[in-house]
Ligand binder design. Structure first.
Ligand code: SAM
Length: 796
């Protein structure tokens, strides 16, 4: 099966092209063609109603397939351009007005077929937004029951959702045959499905409940509520179609924390309840009392339990972790052990006798303490490792990391040369390899720890995947977020800090495998005191590879520039991502500045420099400081070395990085003048007309200039003509001027009614010159009536 693209150009598939070729107004035409090919209802129909018909491709198909002289009526919220042989009007199919207009067109006739391809216009400010697609289907069904003849056909689009089954049930009550099908032209990625209901039973009396959305959709409640979604989207309130749960008429749901600890499905509780209560029951709950006394039950946890609906991912995570810890303490979980014979994991639950429980408890506490210590040790090693890398990259000197206090060869030096030497690390470093300082013992420990952390890891993985799904769903809904992500991906692809071969070094960095080739020793003559102190260390003894010093210096400078450039880029990205007014306005579709909209993707100028526009107050303040000499490039490079510059991203979950990106960044001072300058700049940007308007204005200006030039030439010729008197010249020129100043009358558009010889013709009607427009008689009457009403209202 061919993979269909979901985005932009993916929509322009073969059906789209075919529709263009055949002159259909939408690719949807092929859905009806394919449905009709399978069920053949159009050829048998003489009266057809098309509900939600705009732009009108289904009407076009109906007009082609139905016998001559058939009555086709199309209605939609949006206007439908006239279609030969089709009557169309604009109305909301959920209103009585639409029903009566339909009646006025159909008169006493009954429809053989009713089509419905409606989809609510999500995203506009229309009241109809309130209707879901399923409710719209039910509305169209209601119209169908009124207009269809016995044995008639109703074709409708339905989205596969929880309302799908109730709808199908209703259809089956009213039609002898109900079939759901997905025509090949319907995109696979779309949840739409078409239901063809044949053989309308035309009951004498129809229970109104059949067509009442509240009743129909309340019949079947969602069997498996999506609690995960509720956890990550606590604010989103679903319409309470089902009403309240049996016997529960309160809005606020509370559950005891002990139940949260004991449950096997904590996510369900977090998604359903509002509060985890620490309230003691009248009979006294021992577990709760113990729980209250535990160190793990911090104030933060208590606060989180008070209102689950306001919590974010981080808080849910800490609640779940807390639950795990408490369960462990209560002995509700026995660690996973590998059974020797089967090698399979045996987990579970056990009511233990008291003695055993205490011993287990002590053992567990000891294990915990051990793993905590090991974790810290590991962290410390990791930190050391990174510092060594940074030292190799000339980013810090021993002074910076406190080597001087401990002595360069001291036992506790940060750059523990002894440890390094013990592992032959110096050689390895010289050979361009990074050394893991972790000893065997520690790696053993960490593997042991991994086992103990299994459950937490599993939890983290689950949470991460839930978060990813949540983000994807959010992106699907939010175009702004999608754009932001695309921008982020683009940024991620480019890296400004290195040039040419340095790129390899950058990728090596990710593997913790730093090559010394680009960090060769600088000339001692040019070293600062701190730098020479750094290079005096033993590890650099015997390293003779000091040629190509120029290259090295370049890379060192690149390195020094890296954080500064990175922060400049971050500022630029931020400013591009969050220019509160411009960006929002672009989304809204007003006041957009087209230069920004139409900027090519690559934010560089031709000479390869980053094309960063200063549009944040921070950037402006910085620019001002540089311009006034308050700051130098060196200062900026120095500023780049801050706690945010070298953030470790390895292995960190996406949601955490997102959060960090938003909140954990340097706050640079903003001057009043810079803020005012940016405000002024944005005001100017927003005041600019959109590109189309500018182009139209420019065209107009150009035409005026052309006319003026023509006039000038003509009057010059006249002036040179000696055979004409001065008076005549003046008169002729004045005439020319007044002629040029006169506006040309607009060419009238001739309305041609599509009846008689003009019915169904394509191209220019016979005997019509100039601009023309084909209309149906109904439209002409409607427009005349509208004009009459408007005139009457004006006269009042
Ligand atoms: C997918 S389009 C229909 C395409 C049409 N079948 C064709 O072939 O050109 C869905 C249409 O439903 C219309 N619609 C949505 N809600 C409506 C309502 N309450 N009343 C009338 N039309 C509605 C929209 O205006 C939109 O034009």
């Amino acid at each position: 099966m061919a993979i269909q693209k979901k985005h932009g150009k993916g929509r322009l598939d073969k059906w789209y092209k075919l529709a263009k070729e055949k002159g259909y107004r939408a690719r949807a035409a092929f859905k009806l063609i394919q449905l009709n090919k399978k069920y053949g209802f159009l050829e048998k129909s003489k009266v057809l109603l098309d509900l939600c018909a705009a732009p009108g491709s289904w009407c076009q198909v109906a007009a082609e397939c139905m016998p001559a002289g058939s009555l086709i009526v199309g209605v939609d919220l949006a206007p439908i351009k006239p279609i030969p042989r089709v009557i169309s009007f604009q109305s909301d199919i959920t209103t009585d007005k639409c029903r009566s207009t339909l009646r006025s067109h159909v008169k006493h006739l009954k429809a053989d077929t009713v089509l419905h391809d409606g989809a609510p216009n999500v995203g506009t400010a229309w009241v109809q937004d309130a209707f879901t697609q399923a409710e719209l289907v039910l509305q169209s069904m209601k119209l169908a029951t009124e207009f269809l003849r016995e044995g008639g056909t109703f074709v409708t689009k339905v989205f596969r959702s929880k309302d799908y089954n109730p709808l199908l049930w209703v259809f089956k009550q009213l039609f002898t045959s109900v079939e759901a099908t997905k025509p090949p032209s319907s995109r696979n990625v779309s949840a739409e499905i078409f239901v063809v209901c044949r053989g309308y039973k035309a009951p004498k009396r129809l229970d109104p409940k059949f067509l009442d959305p509240r009743h129909v959709f309340a019949e079947l409640a969602d069997p498996t509520p999506n609690n995960e979604a509720k956890v990550f989207e606590p604010e989103k309130k679903k319409r309470k179609r089902e009403g309240y749960e049996e016997g529960d008429y309160t809005q606020h749901k509370e559950i005891s924390v002990t139940e949260f600890i004991n449950t096997t499905d904590p996510i369900a509780i977090l998604g359903t309840y509002h509060t985890l209560s620490f309230q003691q029951s009248p009979t006294g709950d021992l577990a709760l009392a113990t729980l209250e006394r535990l160190d793990e039950t911090t104030d933060e946890i208590r606060k989180c339990c008070e209102d689950l609906r306001v919590l974010g991912k981080k808080e849910f995570r800490s609640l779940l972790k807390w639950r795990l810890k408490v369960r462990e303490k209560f002995g509700l979980v026995v660690k996973k052990k590998k059974t020797q014979e089967e090698g399979e994991e045996a987990a579970e639950v056990a009511p233990m006798d008291e003695e055993l429980a205490i011993q287990e408890e002590l053992q567990r506490l000891r294990d915990n303490e051990n793993s905590q210590r090991k974790k810290e040790r590991r962290k410390e090693n990791e930190r050391k490792r990174k510092e060594i890398v940074r030292m190799q990259m000339h980013m810090i000197t021993p002074t910076d990391i406190g080597m001087e206090q401990d002595g360069i060869d001291g036992a506790r030096t940060m750059f523990a040369m002894k440890a390094v030497n013990r592992l032959n690390a110096a050689d390895k470093i010289a050979a361009g390899k990074m050394v893991e300082l972790e000893s065997e013992e520690e790696s053993e420990a960490s593997s042991g720890e991994e086992e103990t952390d299994d459950e937490e890891d599993q939890l983290e993985r689950e949470l991460d995947s839930l978060y990813e799904t949540y983000q994807e769903q959010k992106q699907d809904r939010d175009s702004k977020l999608r754009a932001k992500k695309a921008r982020k991906d683009y940024e991620a692809e480019e890296w400004e800090g290195f040039s040419g071969s340095d790129k390899e070094e950058a990728s090596d960095d990710e593997d913790d495998d730093i090559s010394l080739s680009s960090t060769k020793l600088p000339q001692s003559g040019s070293l600062s005191k701190q730098a020479s102190l750094f290079f005096d260390q033993d590890v650099f003894e015997g390293l003779e590879d000091i040629d190509e010093l120029d290259d090295e210096n370049d890379s060192a400078i690149d390195m020094a520039d890296r954080p500064a450039r990175q922060s400049a880029k971050e500022a630029a990205t931020k400013s591009k991502a969050e220019p509160s007014t411009t960006e929002d306005q672009k989304e809204d579709g007003w006041g957009s500045s087209d230069e920004e909209v139409e900027k090519p993707d690559d934010p560089r100028t031709k000479d390869g420099r980053l094309d960063i526009d200063i549009i944040t107050a921070e950037a402006m303040a910085l620019a001002q400081q540089i311009a006034t000499g308050e700051k130098t490039a060196q200062d900026m490079a120095d500023d780049g070395f801050n706690k945010f510059a070298f953030r470790d991203r390895d292995g960190l979950p996406e949601w955490f990085l997102d959060d960090e990106g938003k909140h954990s960044r340097p706050h640079r001072p903003v001057t009043k003048a810079a803020a005012a300058a940016i405000k002024e700049k944005l005001r100017a940007i927003n005041a600019r007309p959109i590109k189309k308007v500018r182009e139209a204005k420019a065209r107009k200006k150009f035409k005026v200039a052309q006319r003026l030039e023509k006039l000038r030439k003509k009057s010059a010729l006249l002036a040179e003509d000696e055979s004409v008197s001065e008076k005549d010249k003046a008169q002729a020129i004045a005439k020319l001027m007044s002629k040029a100043a006169k506006k040309k009358p607009k060419q009238q558009v001739k309305l041609v009614v599509a009846k008689g010889a003009n019915r169904g013709i394509s191209g220019r009607p016979r005997g019509v010159k100039g601009k023309y427009k084909i209309v149906d008689s109904r439209m002409k009457k409607d427009i005349r009536a509208q004009k009459r009403v408007a005139k009457a209202q004006k006269g009042r």
